[in-house]
Ligand binder design. Structure first.
Ligand code: ADP
Ligand code: ASP
Ligand code: MG
Length: 440
């Protein structure tokens, strides 16, 4: 069985949904199709939630009405027959009735998650209404019946496997399943989600749960490019990446993949393909365990990083110092991305600020603590990139004008990372495109 995930732009217009229906029926292979919300919907839902959390009910009502008109117009063009129209209208009625009811309820975090889930629920139901009208036999599986995270927000693959396998087995002879990306249930059984961009993660987790033969991520670009196409003019798609390379790129900011979306597929050695819905014949990128090529393959950047420097003369010739520091981050479940040390100081970067205040309080006794906000990690990723002759020279030469705050080299064979002030992120990506790929 294959898992095919279609992102927001791939389902964002009625004609795009029609094209997705064609794509998924082009071969007879059994598949689970994972859909995101229509593009713009989750952002709109975030805004509705924000208005409600601030008690701005009139504003929230206007935002809900605007979204509703968008869906009414969308469904007019999605389905054309009387039965299809009736179905689509009923779906939209149901979900917008819910959004209108929440206007009257007092806002809380669980309600926020309920609101955010409406996008994927709407897109999958409307898509199924279209499939039915088009005479395509498919079964809608609710992700809320099988996707779950534990109290630490970690996905529960073994449980998903049991529940999903049972749901599939109930549908003997059925080969096409549709489900929602992004949404899941949490340890309390409430509706929750896998964070923004989480549908990629859903696809990889579902792939892992059913031991799929492959996971395909269909989006609006022909695979992983060598640099961020939103920032750099000339970029090119990469044919092949190893899981390690793809995981580093996803984690360090390549938006085409959710940061955690590679590990589930990697763990079960399931190939991941990145494909373009607008150009289905383009080769895209294939991600497997095989390392291939040498040198820099791609550059990605992640902003909103905080650098923390702990300076202490007690660190001099002492052992156990770093352990004590790391334990504080462990206690607050805050991942450290980069680290550099000297004999008297250690610099660490984090991007999760949730527990920053408590972390700083506990670091205080270890020495002077300095913070730099709004930093960006720029990562150069490639098989054996760190061992590539002259790579460091090229890197320094191309970044002559950029002040570097930290450098991480040799931590992994696939990655060299630098930390720059966020204001230099775009310039750094552009200069590296020239310096490492000879492209403007
Ligand atoms: P979807 O809605 O399908 O999940 P996303 O917007 O999340 O799509 O991801 C696709 C976008 O990621 C592309 O349109 C592109 O602008 C952006 N992107 C950022 N870095 C890269 C990269 N290195 N390669 C390809 N796309 C990238
Ligand atoms: N709809 C969600 C978002 O916009 C999940 C996704 O698209 O992957 O973040
Ligand atoms: Mg995405």
């Amino acid at each position: 069985m294959k898992v095919l995930k279609f992102g927001g732009t791939s389902v964002g217009k009625p004609e795009r949904m029609h094209a997705v229906a064609k794509l998924i029926t082009a071969d007879p292979d059994a598949k689970i199709v994972v859909l995101s919300a229509l593009s713009g919907t989750t952002n709109a839902l975030v805004e509705i939630s924000q208005s409600l959390s601030e008690g701005k009910k009139v504003q929230a009502k206007q935002q809900i009405d605007k979204l509703e008109s968008h869906y009414r117009a969308f469904s007019e063009q999605l389905v054309s027959g009387a039965a299809g129209r009736e179905k689509a209208t009923a779906i939209i009625d149901e979900h917008f009735e819910f959004l209108n009811i929440i206007l009257k309820i007092s806002f809380n975090e669980a309600l926020n998650k309920d609101i955010l889930a409406q996008g994927e629920l709407l897109s999958t139901k409307l898509f199924c209404a279209y499939l039915e009208e088009a005479g395509i036999n498919a079964v809608l599986l609710s992700a809320l019946d099988f996707m779950s995270i534990d109290e630490f927000e970690e996905p529960e693959i073994p449980r998903m496997k049991v529940r999903l396998t049972a749901l599939i087995e109930q549908q003997k002879g059925q080969t096409l399943f549709i489900t929602q990306g992004y949404i899941c249930r949490n340890a309390k059984g409430e509706i929750d989600n896998l964070k923004r961009g989480g549908s990629d993660y859903s696809a990889s987790l579902i792939g892992a749960a059913i031991q799929a033969s492959e996971v395909q991520i269909w989006t609006d670009i022909d695979g992983m490019h060598n640099n961020d196409p939103r920032v750099v003019k000339k970029t090119f798609p990469i044919d092949q990446l190893s899981f390690d390379e793809a995981a580093e790129l996803a984690y360090f900011g390549a938006k085409i993949l959710h940061p955690a979306s590679i590990w589930p597929a990697q763990h079960f050695n399931i190939p991941v393909k990145l494909l373009n819905t607008m150009q289905p014949d383009a080769k895209g990128t294939i991600i497997t365990e095989l390392p291939n090529g040498d040198g820099a393959k791609a550059i990605a950047a992640k902003d909103g990083i905080i650098a923390i420097k702990i300076k202490s003369s007690r660190m001099l010739l002492a052992y156990g110092f770093l352990r004590k520091i790391f334990e504080i981050f462990e206690k607050y479940r805050t991942p450290i991305d980069m680290i550099t040390t000297s004999e008297v100081a250690v610099s660490i970067t984090i991007d999760d600020q949730k527990n920053l205040e408590q972390i700083l309080k506990e670091l205080q006794p270890f020495g002077t603590v300095e913070l730099d906000h709004h930093q960006a990690i720029v990562s150069i990723v490639g098989n054996e990139v760190a061992a590539t002759p002259s790579i460091i020279k090229k890197l320094f030469d191309s970044l002559n004008e950029i002040p570097l705050r930290m450098i991480s080299y040799g931590g992994s064979r696939h990655n060299i990372s630098i930390l720059v002030n966020g204001q230099y992120k775009e310039r750094t990506l552009q200069l590296l495109n020239k310096g490492l790929f000879n492209l403007d």
